[in-house]
Design a protein around this ligand. Structure first.
Ligand code: TTP
Ligand code: MG
Length: 448
C-alpha cells in the first residue's frame, strides 16, 4: 500500500482473543467455566492481568491492584498466569493467521493485524472479507477452544476499533465508505495516541468525540498537541491512517551496547555502566511505545568470548529502574575478574502495552537459568535464594502419581490443595496434601 493512499477494500484485519488469559484458565479448568476468574499477580501488591467476563461485571479490570479486584469480587478464583501455555496458544493462532496471508503483524500474544490484500484472495468485498474472517474465527475456535473477536476495515485504526466493538466473540467488517459513521461517534480516547493528558487538553477545547476532533481545523490541533502528534491525530480523526501492516517488526528487541577502550574490572564501575545502558534502553522503549518482558545482559570478556544472561519478568516493562535492577543482578552471574571490554543491555519479548511490576515485586519467572521464584504470599524478593523450596502457585499445573493431572487450588501452612481436572475432563475432585508430598510434581501444562 502506498502511504497516504486509502486502500479500496476492508482488507486490514485485526484479531484479538477474548479475555485471553482468563479464557485459557476456564478452558483448562472445567470447574471455573462460567465463573469469575482473575489472572495476575496473586501476592500482596500484585496487579490484575485480566479477568473473565463474569468478573468484569463486578468492575474488575486489567492493571487494577489485585487487592481491589479481590474486594470487588471476593468469590472469584484468583490465579497466577501460565505464560508457557499462553505462548503456545499464541503460536497456534499466529499460524492460522499466516495461512490467510503472509503479512501478519503480531501486537501481543493475543492480538495481530493481517493484511488480506497480501494473501491469495480474489474477493475482498465486504462479503468476501466476512467469509474469510468467519472461517478464521472458526479455525481459532477449533484449534484452541477459544473465542476471538475480529474487525476488518480499510485502515489499522478502524480494524482495531471494529474488533473492539465486536467483542466478545464477534465480527465487524466496516464497509469502505462507512468509516466515519463508525469513527465519529466514538470518544476521542478510542484513537491511538490519546492518553489521559491529551484527553484532558482536548476536553478543554470542547472535544469529546472523534467527530468533534475532526471538526477542528488541523492548525488548531497542531497548536494544542504539537506538530507531529497533532497532525497524526487530526488525520486519524478523519479516518486517514496510512500505516501499513508490517510483518514481524524486525526489531523484536531493543538493545544498547558500549565497547570500552580498556577492559574494565572494577565492579562498581561496571554496575554504573549497566545502569546507564538500562536507562538508555528504557528511554528508547518509551519513545517507541513498547515494553518487554525479557531483559538480557551481554558481556564480552578480555579474551573476546561473548556471554549473555537473561531473565524474564512476569509482565512487560519499560521502566529504567526495573530494567536496571534486573541487569545489575544478571551482571553478578558473569565472571568479570579478567575485565570486560563490552557491555550491552537489551529488552525483548516486546508488547505494545506496559505493565510495570505485575507481581508487586520484580520476581523472575520462566527462565531456565533461574529458579522460578513465584511465591503466593511473598511480595518483595528482589534477590531470591539459590535453591528455594518448591512453592505452589494458584493455577499451576501439577501431576499426582495416583490422582493424575490437576491444578493448584490453594496452598499455605505446609499444605497444598489440588483440583484434579483438566481441559478434556469434567469438573474434578479436590484433595489436600502436604506441600512437600513427593507424589505431587509440577507438570502438565502447555497444550496437553
Ligand atoms: P487484552 O487483549 O487487552 O485483554 P483480554 O484478551 O484479556 O480481554 P479482551 O481482549 O476480551 O478485552 O490483553 C490480552 C492479554 O494480555 C490479557 O488476557 C492479559 C494480558 N494483559 C496484561 O497482562 N496486562 C494488561 O494490562 C493488559 C491490558 C493485558
Ligand atoms: Mg484480548
Amino acid at each position: 500500500m502506498g502511504a497516504g493512499v486509502h486502500r479500496p477494500d476492508a482488507s486490514v484485519l485485526h484479531i484479538d482473543l477474548d479475555a485471553f488469559y482468563a479464557a485459557v484458565e476456564q478452558r483448562d479448568k472445567p470447574s471455573l467455566r462460567g465463573r469469575p476468574v482473575i489472572v495476575g499477580g496473586t501476592g500482596g501488591r500484585g496487579v490484575v492481568s485480566t479477568a473473565s467476563y463474569e468478573a468484569r461485571v463486578f468492575g474488575v479490570r486489567s492493571a487494577m491492584p489485585m487487592a481491589e479486584a479481590r474486594a470487588r469480587c471476593p468469590q472469584a478464583a484468583v490465579l497466577a498466569p501460565r505464560f508457557d501455555t499462553y505462548r503456545t496458544i499464541s503460536e497456534i493462532v499466529m499460524e492460522a493467521l499466516r495461512e490467510l496471508s503472509p503479512l501478519v503483524e503480531p501486537l501481543s500474544l493475543d492480538e495481530a493485524f493481517v493484511d488480506l490484500s497480501a494473501g491469495p484472495h480474489d474477493d475482498l468485498s465486504p462479503a468476501g472479507v466476512t467469509g474469510l474472517a468467519t472461517d478464521l474465527r472458526e479455525a481459532v475456535r477449533q484449534r484452541t477452544d477459544l473465542t476471538a473477536s475480529v474487525g476488518a476495515a480499510t485502515t489499522k485504526t478502524l480494524a482495531k476499533i471494529a474488533s473492539e466493538k465486536a467483542k466478545p466473540d464477534g465480527l465487524l467488517v466496516v464497509a469502505p465508505g462507512s468509516e466515519l459513521d463508525v469513527l465519529h461517534p466514538l470518544p476521542v480516547r478510542a484513537l491511538w495516541g490519546i492518553g489521559p493528558a491529551t484527553g484532558t487538553r482536548l476536553r478543554r477545547l470542547g472535544v469529546r468525540t472523534v467527530g468533534d476532533l475532526a471538526m477542528l481545523p488541523e492548525a488548531e490541533v497542531r497548536a494544542t498537541l504539537g506538530e507531529s502528534h497533532g497532525h497524526s491525530l487530526a488525520q486519524l480523526a478523519r479516518g486517514v491512517d496510512p500505516r501499513p501492516v508490517v510483518a514481524e517488526r524486525d526489531s523484536k528487541s531493543i538493545s544498547v551496547e558500549d565497547t570500552f577502550e580498556q577492559d574494565i574490572v572494577d565492579a562498581s564501575q561496571l554496575r554504573a555502566l549497566v545502569q546507564g545502558l538500562a536507562r538508555k534502553v528504557g528511554g528508547r522503549l518509551s519513545e517507541a511505545g513498547l515494553s518487554g518482558r525479557t531483559i538480557t545482559l551481554k558481556a564480552r570478556l578480555h579474551d573476546f568470548s561473548t556471554l549473555s544472561r537473561s531473565a524474564t519478568l512476569p509482565g512487560p516493562t519499560n521502566n529504567p529502574r526495573v530494567i536496571s535492577e534486573v541487569a545489575v543482578r544478571l551482571l553478578r552471574d558473569i565472571d568479570a575478574t579478567g575485565g570486560l571490554r563490552l557491555l550491552g543491555v537489551g529488552v525483548s519479548g516486546l508488547a505494545g502495552w506496559v505493565q510495570d511490576d505485575l507481581f508487586g515485586s520484580h520476581e523472575l519467572t520462566d527462565d531456565p537459568t533461574h529458579n522460578p521464584t513465584h511465591n503466593g504470599g511473598e511480595s518483595s524478593t528482589p534477590d531470591p535464594p539459590e535453591h528455594e523450596p518448591a512453592s505452589w502457585r494458584p493455577g499451576q499445573d501439577v501431576v499426582h502419581d495416583q490422582h493424575g493431572p490437576g491444578w493448584v487450588w490453594g496452598s499455605g501452612l505446609g499444605r497444598v490443595t489440588v483440583r484434579f481436572e483438566h481441559r478434556y475432563s469434567s469438573t474434578g475432585p479436590v484433595h489436600t496434601f502436604r506441600s512437600d508430598d513427593v507424589r505431587l510434581r509440577p507438570g502438565g501444562g502447555a497444550e496437553h
